[in-house]
Design a protein. Structure first.
Length: 283
């Protein structure tokens, strides 16, 4: 079987082109989407993510603010900044980069972000709206997974989707979004006893467990669509997904590579959410 390589990079590029045109149109009504990204501390991976978000804003013609705060910032100080950004008219989306230093409660910060500016989709009200199927800003990586499937015209409705991983950021929301697209969804996690039995039944297999090359061909049904959300740094410095790509690729009908698969979609969907938030405010 010759597999189809699902390029999140290409899908991402296409969406960014659409966004650019929309930003151009919005200029006519004096509306420039604005994103504020807040980084507390010096975490090297977070610094890269934040730089890339800022870069994406500039490329698309957004207004961008990056707030870099010291490692010893208090919860009160961070809350004060979030409250200020909630009120700021030039800012339509607020993203506080996670993880936060230990002295700050993540939940207190996420809860403080105005729901209509919650471009991460992490606020409990955003999550509730997503569960209920109401219009909301959807979490970026899960929304990116669905977008890849749709843009490659891969059928979701009626398919058996198996999701490995139950994190709040990926596993749980992607399961809900697949269900919303009329898939039959099975969730697997670290305590699932018969995982292979389940994954071998998957028409669509979504892998988000954070273990490099964990899923090999023995887990995969021939012809399955395989989406790898993993991003693991190997000892040799290279990036690897949760799927053993070389083992699975020929068996699958379509598969995302790492890098260049789901990864590029996260920031693109953040840009999509920021645009959506901006348009909503000014409607
Ligand atoms: N850290 C790693 N991924 C994310 C994300 O999607 N959003 C935020 N806020 N922090 C992250």
């Amino acid at each position: 079987m010759s597999e189809l390589l699902l390029s999140g990079k290409d899908v991402s590029q296409a969406i960014r082109e659409e966004i650019k045109q929309e930003v151009e149109r919005l200029k006519a009504v004096n509306l420039q989407p604005g994103l504020a990204v807040v980084l507390v501390g010096e975490d090297p991976a977070s610094q890269v993510y934040v730089r890339n978000k800022h870069k994406a804003c500039l490329e698309l013609g957004y207004y961008s603010e990056v707030h870099r705060l010291p490692e010893d910032t208090t919860e009160e100080q961070l809350l004060e900044l979030v409250h200020k950004l909630n009120e700021q008219e030039t800012i339509h989306g607020i993203l506080v980069q996670l993880p936060l230093p230990a002295q700050i409660h993540e939940k207190a910060i996420i809860d403080a972000i105005a729901v209509h500016k919650d471009v991460d989709g992490f606020h409990p009200v955003s999550v509730g709206n997503m569960v209920l199927g109401d219009d909301s800003l959807l979490p970026c990586t899960p929304a990116g997974v669905i977008e890849i499937l749709k843009r490659y015209n891969l059928e979701i409705a009626g398919k058996h989707a198996v999701v490995i991983g139950r994190s709040n950021i990926v596993g749980k929301p992607v399961s809900l979004l697949l269900q919303r697209e009329n898939a039959t969804v099975t969730m697997c996690h670290s305590r699932t006893s018969n995982m292979k039995e389940l994954t071998q039944q998957a028409d669509i297999l979504i892998v988000a467990i954070g273990k490099a090359k964990f899923i090999d061909a023995s887990y995969v049904k021939p012809g399955a669509v395989v989406i790898d959300v993993g991003m693991n740094r190997l000892d040799n410095g290279k990036l690897a997904g949760d799927v053993d790509f070389d083992s699975v690729r020929e068996l699958s009908s379509a598969i995302t590579p790492v890098p260049g698969g789901v990864g590029p979609m996260t920031i693109t969907m953040l840009m999509h959410n920021t645009l959506k938030a901006a348009k909503r405010i000014h409607q």
